[in-house]
Ligand binder design. Structure first.
Ligand code: HSE
Length: 393
């Protein structure tokens, strides 16, 4: 596509769509222009000329002059339909829909290979941090051991406001929604589903392993209370929601869980809607990527970077899949956790390998001990709002 003007057909004009419009307008030197934007509700007032808009998806999907389909909508099934039709129609696709991508990774991998068209989705994971392209291009070997970090802007914003400004959870969540960081259904953020979708995508690009989101355990910050916050502060620590994937004895495990994070940890200083990803590899030890993980223009800039990469015929090579030595996915790993509850009948402490600290008061109790990740994933008792979990370093 070098030296030609790319015609874009965009699906969705919400927070990210408008962010893309803005960064595209303010970036000189990119040969791309918006030809059509497909939206659901034609009666909604919009900040740009109505001639851009259509409600007919075929005005984009069937238009031979549109080179790139940019999919930025909220509905998972409709997004998959749009992306797969576009790929079948031989169009390059850029998408930011982490849930749709995570749930359909194997099919999308097949579709882009069969149709020999690029499918790029840097904006889907950690927004402005170019982590997928780095995992693809720079870590093109089997020496990567771990990818972990903060990959949800809304929960990091909420936790920052709680710890740094003593705001209530509800006020901080409302602000994250008002600023356009949170998902339409914010339980996806606060219960850790959104970062799990990102971890599933990163896991494929880091290790070549396909994992279904339902195989990965996620537990968010929805049970956090003042007792947990005091527990963290007394230990000169903060709490961060962390996604983690790591090689272990020839396998790879992954999870999204709230962690107690001490001051020496690089993730401690990642605030507000910023995300931070730590990579560990054999020769370089640790490397740290940080950047805005949510918001219209931060995410729009990642979409624009993918569009720009298409001008140079860039596509993911999925080298780690082709290297054919992918680790198998496992939940069989021991974690050290803090488990807070109200009454002993609310938890099953027999599931623990060992308990090294026990606390009881008239209000809350907690234990610190080691437990298997699979046991946590299966534990129905974790659904009780009186029970909370933190991973300890
Ligand atoms: N709701 C997401 C977040 C948006 O807060 O990180 C970016 O993926």
């Amino acid at each position: 596509m070098e030296n030609k003007i790319i015609n874009l057909g965009i699906f969705g004009f919400g927070c990210v769509g408008q962010g893309l419009y803005e960064v595209l307008n303010r970036t000189k030197g990119i040969n791309a222009r918006i030809k059509k934007i497909c939206i659901k509700d034609p009666n909604k007032s919009r900040p740009i000329d109505s001639s851009y808009f259509t409600t007919d998806k075929n005005e984009i999907l069937e238009d031979p002059t549109i080179d790139v389909v940019v999919e930025l909508i909220n509905e998972t099934e409709a997004a998959f339909e749009i992306v797969s039709t576009a790929l079948r129609n031989g169009k390059a696709v850029v998408s930011a829909s982490k849930r749709m991508i995570a749930e359909n990774l194997a099919s999308l991998y097949q579709l882009q290979a069969e149709n020999k068209v690029p499918f790029l989705y840097e904006a889907s994971s950690c927004a402005s941090i170019p982590i997928i392209r780095n995992l693809e291009e720079y870590y093109d070997n089997d020496l990567l051991n771990a990818v972990e970090g903060i990959c949800n802007g809304s929960t990091n914003y909420i936790l920052t406001k709680i710890f740094e400004e003593n705001l209530s959870f509800e006020t901080a969540l409302q602000q994250a929604q008002d600023l356009g960081f949170a998902e339409t259904d914010p339980t996806l953020d606060i219960e850790g589903y959104d970062p799990k979708f990102k971890i599933v995508i990163l896991l494929l690009h880091a290790f070549g392993t396909f994992v279904k989101p339902e195989e990965v355990f996620n537990f968010g910050i929805h049970h956090l209370n003042d007792f947990d916050i005091q527990f963290a502060k007394q230990r000169n620590s903060t709490i961060k929601l962390i996604g983690h994937c790591r090689r272990n004895n020839g396998n790879v495990f992954a999870f999204v869980l709230p962690h107690l994070v001490k001051e020496h940890n690089l993730l401690y200083d990642v605030y507000n809607e910023y995300n931070g990803i730590l990579l560990e590899s054999a020769f370089t030890d640790k490397q740290f990527f940080v950047g805005k993980g949510a918001g219209g223009t931060a995410t729009g800039s990642a979409v624009l970077s993918d569009i720009s990469a298409l001008l140079y015929n860039y596509r993911y090579e999925y080298k780690k899949i082709k290297q054919n030595n992918q680790p198998a996915f496992t939940n069989d790993v021991k974690l050290k956790v803090y488990l807070r509850y109200k009454t002993p009948d609310q938890v099953d402490l027999t599931e623990f390998f060992s308990i090294e600290e026990k606390y009881e008061s008239s209000t809350w109790r907690y234990v610190v001990g080691s437990i298997n990740l699979q046991k946590l994933k299966d534990a129905a008792w974790l659904k009780n709002k009186d029970v909370n979990l933190l991973v300890l370093e």
